[in-house]
Design a protein around this ligand. Sequence first.
Ligand code: GDP
Ligand code: MG
Length: 201
Amino acid sequence: MLGDSTVGKSSMLKRYTEDLWLECINQTVGVDFYVHFLEVEPGVRVKLQFWDTAGQERFRSVTRSYYRNSVGGLLVFDLSNRQSFENVREWFAEVRERVQPYTVVFILVGHKSDNVKAGKRAVERSEAEKLASQLGALYIEASAKTGHNVKEAFDLLTRRIYQALKSGEIQVREGWDGVKSSAQTLQKIPSIEPGEKKCCD
Ligand SMILES: Nc1nc2c(ncn2[C@@H]2O[C@H](COP(=O)(O)OP(=O)(O)O)[C@@H](O)[C@H]2O)c(=O)[nH]1
Ligand SMILES: [Mg+2]
């Protein structure tokens, strides 16, 4: 989870993993860890691990150490906070710099979409879509408060990663924790038929 402090990263994760909304969520200190399971296609259940980083500069040295072992990221900004949008490029560059030459799959999230209804939009959808395409990411608007598009944002990221794995755009590397799977399981992924059961069901 990437983006400035207070854009709602922790709230998005709470909504996605527990379907909970907390008005007074605790500020993240350093890095928090969440797990969620998703069936990406019939019979293929993946375990997702999320690293919820603190956006403040004083924790950057901690959060940086997690980039290398991540396969994807949600770049989050607050639709009612222009500065948080302006800073997205920096977050992107910060991660890219540290994972090179490898790829990280990104989804750009315009968050707190409930504020848009209240007339507080500070970033136009067209600008955000333009930025997303420049960064090679997809764009989605969501709200942890109402639950709008939260599941969709995480699902989109997961499916993009899964596709990238299947196409070979991303490869499992030894000593890397971004994607973990036994070599045998991974080779089987493309050939799984809908409805076919995998082990450990
Ligand atoms: N209006 C609105 N406020 C939100 C939403 N998500 C989070 N917030 C508020 O934004 C503040 C920061 O949220 P938090 O999840 O801690 O942000 P983080 O620092 O990016 O992890 C809190 O006061 C939340 O209640 C949302 O979808 N809509
Ligand atoms: Mg947080």
